[in-house]
Design a protein around this ligand. Structure first.
Ligand code: GDP
Length: 345
């Protein structure tokens, strides 16, 4: 993640602006050049101006060229970046690498040309020509420079997940009580991380159980539609479910007046199951404080008719069944990843 944070968010216009701004600024010629006479000093000045352009452009492009390729990123970040960059992340890295090579070669050529000029005006012409050519190389070769802005934004908004401690991901349709559950669990020992993102993104909270720090992630609500029609926010939720070593708590609101019907919620559960696999998921009925026994029974049976079971029944709002939920989730985590957190408390 650190390497990704180093990517300089840029587009062609802002880079061009920075280069031109820097070009008109005064440059300081070293004392040693003064002894060579005023003509040489003026030529040297044009060399320094061109050098500034070279430095700005190559530093900016290097931050991209040096970024880890998608294959070497942890799967979750790879997917998040793919979504943000519309699959063009590796492409922009390749473009930057190639452009740096061309620009470095050009710089060596123009540096000599400027210093060897027969007159100040020739030095000036070469210096300006260099700037024009560099900018046109960037424009032509780094066509996807603009996506670095989207990448930088998403990297800043994505929490850093500690892969050495257990992670529970809360999933489900909007309004089923995901945020309520996250804040309830995390407030048991209030340690909600102060990450500056909105509830539309993934949010990470913590719960300290003895020496074990459990990470609890709230994901954006997933809607009842095929993967191909999901928006970027839903796709990020799916990426988290699929790629992170975790137990998924799939929340269902069985109330009669739930925002989405029980059938819709089971539909989404089926989609999630096909992506994530049955082993990783605990199916949780929430809001049992406001659902009567008859309705609960109906919902359980409906779920059974699809071949699924309710693993737990809770009320996030009133704190009913939360301890059991954590114990069961931790047991499932141990089973899946051959750890022993549930026994170390
Ligand atoms: P999210 O969209 O899944 O994150 O859902 P929220 O956590 O924002 O909850 C949606 C609404 O359901 C809010 O008005 C919550 O107060 C309410 N809610 C959440 N959990 C419970 C619960 O256990 N019982 C009841 N009665 N309401 C709940």
């Amino acid at each position: 993640l650190e390497d990704l944070l180093k990517i300089n968010p840029l587009d062609y216009q802002s880079l061009r602006y920075r280069v031109l701004q820097a070009y008109v600024e005064k440059v300081k010629v070293p004392e040693s050049i003064y002894s060579k006479g005023s003509e040489e000093v003026r030529k040297f000045r044009y060399m320094l101006k061109a050098e500034k352009t070279f430095q700005i452009v190559s530093t900016s492009l290097s931050s991209i060229a040096r970024a880890p390729r998608k294959e070497s990123l942890p799967a979750f970040y790879g997917e998040i970046i793919d979504i943000a960059s519309k699959g063009l992340y590796n492409t922009v890295i390749d473009e930057a690498v190639k452009a740096i090579k061309i620009i470095s070669r050009l710089w060596r050529e123009y540096r000599n040309k400027i210093l060897d000029s027969s007159s100040v005006s020739e030095a000036k012409t070469y210096s300006r020509e260099f700037v024009g050519r560099v900018l046109s190389i960037v424009k032509r070769n780094v066509k996807h420079l603009y996506i670095t802005k989207d990448i930088a934004k998403i990297v800043k908004e994505t929490p850093c997940i500690d892969t050495s401690s257990p992670l529970f991901i809360i999933a489900g349709m909007p309004q089923v009580g995901k945020s309520t559950l996250v804040s309830k669990i995390s407030s048991a020992k209030p340690k909600i991380s102060p990450y500056p993102f909105t509830t539309k993104n993934v949010i990470l909270g913590h719960l300290d159980l003895g020496s074990t720090r459990i990470q609890i992630m709230d994901t954006p609500g997933i809607l009842d539609r095929p993967l191909s029609e999901m928006n970027d926010i839903e796709r990020r939720a799916i990426a988290a479910l699929r790629t992170l070593q975790s137990v998924v708590l799939y929340l269902i609101d069985p109330s009669i007046d739930a925002y989405y019907s029980i059938d819709q919620q089971i539909d989404v559960l089926r989609t999630v199951l096909t992506i994530v696999g049955k082993e990783k998921i605990l199916v949780v009925f929430n809001k049992i404080d406001k659902v009567d026994g008859k309705r609960l029974d109906y919902c359980r049976k409906l779920l059974n008719s699809y071949g699924y079971n309710v693993d737990l029944e809770i009320s996030a709002l009133q704190g009913i069944g939360i301890d059991k939920l954590i114990i069961e989730a931790l047991k499932r985590y141990d089973l899946l990843y051959k750890t022993s957190y549930s026994y170390s408390q």
